[in-house]
Design a protein around this ligand. Structure first.
Ligand SMILES: Cc1ncc(COP(=O)(O)O)c(C=O)c1O
Length: 397
């Protein structure tokens, strides 16, 4: 008899993985499925970073590494924050983990107690809500819409804070919407946080470098709340290194120390070889970062051009990441050949089965009626996929 813990039973399976799986099954049956459901760059890791990984193998970096990461990698991260964000951290305020997701999980487990509330702006990256649940916290969602570019306002934040609020999550550039908060918008949120000294900010900046609106802005820049901000970042998206599994956190000493205690018992830290490659990613030639960003921008515009021509679809112009998040509510309730589209999940299944394009329903991210389309794919595939999308939607009435 199965005897799973209540903790694991309370978790939702990942909709992204489910759509990926369905797409793969159709592909195995011979269908030419274009996968727009993935959350990773389609590029391969740049040569100089791969070389650093190979050198680490041949250079005998085979033993247990320090739990928080090699000192030279911690220094490279300190230097990155100074160089790119004008933020001052000490190495003791940095910890490297097995991907940004792991950094986030460490912070949740060390910061959130049972019953404490965590404010999560919706639409949200699926793992936020599930990690809050693992930490036995309570998700408090703030809804946003396409009309306000999926961003929360200071008033919405103020209204959501209660005496039980322990933290708020922020993701800019955002997965799934691609929205990017401006400095002024972040300042407005920081002013609210400053009035509530029990509230911490966990800011996920993993898409920092896939930004089409100029420089990246971090909420950590505001001095009055700086000691209550934890930054989550990593090399996965900027350097096309998703499989290497290197992420990091930067925050107050006491929290980083606690995360080190947890990590020391759970994983003993990240992989030695991957850390040596990440060191090269951060210290080496950065031109790969802007080259990939430029390719994503071109693809974003390609996709937006097609979506603008589809009747009834509302779509914000994402300022970053590699997703568009159109609102397809106008198509919910329509039918074709006796098949009724009841919700966004039905729509995504229809698009997959009939149009052979895999996407992710917005409801998985807390936004009914929307669909997340990843444009981390070739221009040629995107052109083909957009034509299929238009044809499939046009068939509905
Ligand atoms: C918003 C966001 N944060 C964190 C991550 C996880 O990054 P990593 O692969 O470094 O764990 C992802 C990956 O999809 C993401 O979209």
């Amino acid at each position: 008899m199965e005897k799973l813990s209540a903790r694991i039973n309370s978790l939702a399976p990942s909709a992204t993985i489910a759509m990926n799986q369905k797409g793969r099954e159709l592909k195995e049956k011979g269908a030419d499925v274009i996968n727009l459901s993935v959350g990773e760059p389609d590029f391969i890791t740049p040569d100089h970073i791969r070389e650093a990984g190979k050198k680490a193998i041949d250079g005998n970096w085979h033993h247990y590494a320090p739990v928080a990461g090699y000192p030279d990698l911690l220094k490279a991260i300190v230097d990155k924050f100074k160089r790119e964000n004008n933020l001052d951290y000490k190495p003791s305020q940095i910890m490297v983990s097995v991907g940004a997701k792991h950094s986030l999980a460490n912070v949740m487990m060390c910061l959130i107690d049972k019953g404490e509330e965590v404010i999560v702006p919706a639409p949200y990256w699926v793992s936020y809500a599930e990690q809050v649940k693992i930490a036995e916290g309570v998700n408090v969602f703030i809804d946003t819409t396409v009309e306000n570019d999926f961003k929360i306002t200071p008033q919405q934040l103020e209204d959501a804070i209660t005496p039980k609020t322990k933290a708020m999550l922020l993701c800019s550039p955002s997965n799934p919407t691609g929205s990017v908060y401006t400095r002024e918008e972040l300042k407005g949120l920081a002013e609210v946080i400053a009035r509530h000294p029990q509230v911490y900010v966990i800011t996920d900046e993993i898409y920092e470098h896939i930004n089409f609106v100029g420089g990246h802005e971090s909420i950590a820049q505001f001095e009055e709340i700086r000691d209550r901000v934890v930054i989550i970042n990593g090399v996965s998206k900027a350097y096309a290194m998703t499989g290497w599994r290197i992420g990091y956190m930067a925050g107050p000493d006491w929290l980083v120390k606690a995360c080190g205690k947890l990590q020391g018992q759970m994983t003993s830290g990240a992989t030695s070889i991957a850390m040596r490659a990440a060191l090269e990613a951060l210290n080496g030639d950065q031109s790969c970062v802007s080259e990939m960003r430029d390719a994503f921008l071109r693809r974003r515009d390609l996709i937006l051009g097609h979506i603008a021509k589809i009747d009834g679809v509302k779509c914000a112009t994402p300022g970053g990441a590699f997703y568009v998040f159109p609102d397809f509510s106008a198509y919910i309730g329509k039918s074709v050949d006796g098949r009724k589209i009841e919700n966004d999940m039905d729509l995504c299944i229809y698009l997959l089965e009939v149009g052979h394009i895999a996407t992710v329903p917005g409801s998985a991210f807390g936004a009914e009626g929307c669909v997340r389309i990843s444009y981390a794919n070739s221009d040629e595939n995107l052109e083909k996929a957009m034509q299929r999308l238009k044809d499939a939607l046009a068939a509905l009435s």
